[in-house]
Design a protein around this ligand. Structure first.
Ligand code: B12
Length: 261
């Protein structure tokens, strides 16, 4: 493949390449002039110049939330960035159902849940529920899918056990809370449990959530990762093509543009 030529980028506020950024953070001190100066000094210590504390608000007792404008001298070669992305030949609802009927010849079984101690169901509901998300039908609506949504705070082992009992093609794990990297710890525990159950490398394992991307999901041992703004049809397309590859109805070396290899 021809290596793309350099593409140097910098952040942009007023004028192209001026390096201006907006930062927001909270410090554990009450709102005061001293707190504002602390926010400015903290920003300078991070290597920024031309620091302006644009807003400071009480966040809670003994906590202040800041918005700071500042200049960064850091540049980046965009051409050097290489991130695997899940890019599929995207098909619409009717075409995808027709493809499942023709090539898979059975309903694709998927199980999903928000696992561990995480209570957030809205993300996994957006993907699975009949009514869907952002004008896109959820997987329950597709005649070609049989979708089971187990809800939130589901132990990883329970999700795996229930999915395995129904010979699931894919298991969808949602992780929204990321404090102290709990999403990574819980995802690793899910993968360990999947290995123990003998389904790792056999059943498709998908991870999703606001701080998830495909690269992280691969690192954690999943087959694919989906982040903010994912539409149910993105997931449906990914699963159908992955199942077809696994079953040999689409050649394993037929790659979509940008598909991870
Ligand atoms: C609604 C909400 C709640 C509701 C949840 C109700 C419910 N039934 O889900 C309630 C009030 C219960 C709640 C509780 C808590 N919450 Co809350 N909550 C939110 C809020 C406002 C919205 C989340 C949401 O619904 N997003 C919309 C969905 C559609 O987006 P999404 O989850 O990213 O999903 C999309 C993608 O990520 C992807 N996706 C997601 N999962 C999956 C899975 C797969 C397989 C795939 C393919 C794709 C996919 O597809 C979706 C569609 O595009 C966020 C703040 C915010 N604005 O985001 C905080 C937030 C997530 N909550 C937060 C916190 C801290 C909590 C609590 C811990 C608070 C507390 N101290 O008690 C508790 C959670 C306790 C627990 N044990 O989990 C923090 C998390 C911070 C962090 N970095 O971890 C946030 C960010 C708020 C904040 N800024 O502090 N919360």
């Amino acid at each position: 493949m021809v290596k793309p030529s350099k593409q140097i980028i910098r952040p942009y506020g007023d004028r192209r390449d001026d390096g201006m950024v907006q930062l927001s953070f909270t410090l554990p001190v009450p709102l005061s002039e001293k707190a504002k100066e602390a926010a400015a000094q903290f920003t300078k210590k991070m290597g920024f110049t031309d620091v302006k504390v644009a807003a400071a608000e009480r966040a809670a007792d003994q906590y202040t939330f800041f918005v700071v404008y500042a200049r960064s001298n850091v540049t980046l070669d965009y051409a050097e960035i290489d991130v695997p992305e899940v890019v599929v030949r995207k098909m619409g609802f009717d075409d995808l159902n027709a493809l499942i009927k023709e090539k898979v010849r059975r309903r694709i079984v998927v199980f999903g849940a928000c696992t561990g101690t995480d209570t957030h169901t809205v993300g996994i509901d957006a993907i699975l529920n009949m009514k869907g998300y952002a004008g896109d039908y959820g997987l329950e609506r597709y005649p070609g899918f049989e979708a089971f949504n187990l809800g939130s705070q589901v132990p990883n082992e329970d999700l795996i056990k229930k999915a395995t009992a129904k010979h699931a093609d894919a298991i969808l794990v949602s992780q929204v809370v990321t404090q102290r990297d709990v999403h990574k710890d819980n995802s690793r525990q899910f993968i360990d449990a999947a290995k123990a159950a003998g389904i790792h490398g056999k059943t498709l394992l998908l991870l999703g959530g606001p701080r998830v991307d495909h690269k992280l999901a691969l690192e954690l041992g999943f087959d694919a990762g989906f982040g903010p703004g994912t539409k149910p049809s993105d997931v449906a397309n990914y699963i159908v093509h992955a199942v077809m590859k696994k079953e040999g109805t689409e050649s394993a070396d037929s790659h979509y543009q940008g598909e991870p290899s």
